[in-house]
Design a protein around this ligand. Sequence first.
Ligand code: SF4
Length: 201
Amino acid sequence: MIIHRKQHLVALEEQLQGCGECPLGKTRNKLVFGRGSEEADIVFIGEGPGEQEDLQGSPFVGRAGQLLDKIIAAAGLTEEDYYICNIVKCRPPGNRVPAPAEVQACLPFLRQQVAYVRPKIMVLLGASAAKAIIDPNFGITRGRGKWIQMGNFLVMPTFHPAALLRDPQKKIPVWDDFQEIKRVYDEMKAGTYENNADNEE
Ligand code: SF4
């Protein structure tokens, strides 16, 4: 079953190497598909690749990614527990926010990718991911830290790690969110989790 998921993900990544569904495909250096465990119960979703990610072809490998890795490890999660990807798979020039049309072009691929991994928890990192997945009017400052049930997924929006580099005061709420994610994850694994999330559907 695990090989099955990996094969699907490898095939989707290969398919997207030639993707020209939006203009970002023309300016990228490398497609940035995803990294982590294909059998993970937690998927982290960010906005899009930055400079380092575009050069290396892997998500969250720059300064923000290194901070994310530290937060994940400090929360007690291991590499087997999570998979990381982005809303758009190609870098927006100059690290601008992806345009709505670019997000819409790439979302079907993200949905497919997440469907192959089949996580129980989706963590949305930052406003762009939350707006794309939850609601275009979603406000990350007010809405972060609260669970939302979306279909089979329990969704937690929180700040993007790049926002913590700009504003260290955001580290405390993000740490609270990661402790809550770990608590729920542990309860899910133990079979003791009681779902009190708001339902979006
Ligand atoms: S961002 Fe997504 S939709 Fe746009 S070219 Fe890249 S893979 Fe295709």
